[in-house]
Design a protein around this ligand. Structure first.
Ligand code: G3I
Length: 351
């Protein structure tokens, strides 16, 4: 009986050891000698919320230590930077530009032209097509001129397509016509010829129709000499969707069409259906594996097409997903207390 008990307890210990060896590396074993951007062969970026940058020291410390590319999460959106027709609010964006300069971070501007986050004065603007075009040009060129030589790149046009592959009927399209996309790139280039210019959108891996439409339009524009350097695949993904094969196919289609790829707004939802959940070890491990798979795929594309992987925030507690969808979720690299999650360690291994 005693022998049987000893054998059983040894088997139990062995099982624990095997499970520990196969599972995600415990956080305290996560290699801390190098930060994310030091390990990566491409820039590793993060979307920055300016109020957190000033109010939470640990947030700023992590931004400085872990990332070498910065995308302003909201500061450059028209509603914030251009609140009245005659007023540009440069205060916040200048501070961000100083931050990038001080800490040698690449600044990726987001976003010049979008249907969302527009101030009332633009939505309500009355004028001819020429007046609209002037407003549009002034908006783009005032911003690009001020940050000429400072912003390395811009999301020039954001989310211009519907999911069915048709152009979204945004205020810009209604007032200026379909050519607003081409014009946006040309005006941005005129104001800063050295900045790299991107088209940015969501669900490009998940939605083949949309990807085809985007590549069709951008390909045609490029043939006519419109300066478009790359495509931002936003990558608001979940542990289930899209399939890794879909992500691989979309990346291939994009770089084979000659566009750089910026994984521009990464977060990995563990609760896309908005259930009541706990971030269990199993869910966090699936999340870590999903990001690792994406990273492996990104590592496989030719280096000259890799513009970088940018996370849409630092800590779970500030993710847009929680306040936008009102759901419990844990999509980022650091938890609510800024502790690194399994996804952070697996990402490091995958880099
Ligand atoms: O500025 C007000 C602030 O004064 C107020 O105290 C606060 C109270 O809730 O609201 C603040 O504005 C919010 C802003 O985020 C800053 O936190 C807006 O209501 C809120 O709508 C806004 O959400 C942003 C969203 O874009 C706007 O559509 C998210 O932070 C931002 O992460 C999200 O980012 C977009 C990308 O730009 C484009 N791709 C999709 C992505 C996710 O929606």
């Amino acid at each position: 009986m005693k022998l049987q008990q000893t054998i059983m307890s040894n088997i139990f210990i062995l099982l624990i050891l095997i499970l520990a060896a196969c599972g995600t590396a415990p956080i305290d074993e996560c290699d801390d000698s190098e930060s994310l951007h030091q390990l990566a062969d491409f820039p590793v970026g993060v979307a920055i919320d300016m109020s957190l940058l000033h109010s939470e020291k640990i947030y700023a410390d992590l931004a400085i230590e872990q990332f070498n590319s910065i995308t302003p999460e909201n500061a450059f959106k028209a509603i914030n930077i251009h609140p009245k027709q005659s007023i540009f609010n440069w205060q916040t964006t200048d501070l961000l530009a100083d931050f990038c300069n001080t800490y040698s971070k690449r600044l990726h501007g987001h976003t010049l032209i979008w249907h969302d986050q527009l101030p009332n004065w633009i939505n309500d603007f009355q004028g001819s097509r020429d007046d609209w075009e002037q407003l549009f040009r002034e908006h783009i060129q005032s911003i690009c001129t001020r940050y000429r030589g400072v912003a390395a790149s811009w999301d020039v046009v954001n989310e211009a397509f519907n999911n069915n592959g048709m152009l979204r009927n945004s205020v810009w399209r209604k007032k200026i016509g379909d050519s607003y996309i081409e014009k946006a790139f040309r005006y941005a280039h005129e104001a800063d010829p050295d900045a790299l210019l991107f088209y940015n959108d969501y669900d490009l891996a998940m939605n083949e129709t949309k990807l085809k439409a985007v590549l069709g339009l951008l390909g045609n524009l490029r043939l006519r000499g419109v300066p478009i350097d790359g495509i931002g695949m936003q990558m608001h993904i979940s542990i289930q969707h899209p399939e890794n094969t879909q992500i691989a196919r979309a990346m291939k289609d994009i770089y084979e069409a000659g566009f750089r790829i910026h994984l521009s707004e990464i977060d990995v939802s563990i609760n896309p259906l908005g259930k009541i959940i706990n971030p269990t070890a199993e869910l966090l491990e699936r999340q870590a594996n999903k990001l690792a798979a994406v990273t492996h795929l990104y590592n496989e594309i030719p280096h000259r097409y890799q513009y970088g992987m940018t996370f849409w925030g630092i800590s779970d507690k500030n993710t847009w997903i929680r306040y936008h969808f009102g759901r419990d979720d844990y999509p980022l690299l650091f938890d609510d207390n800024y502790e690194p999650k399994p996804m952070y360690c697996k990402f490091k291994e995958a880099l």
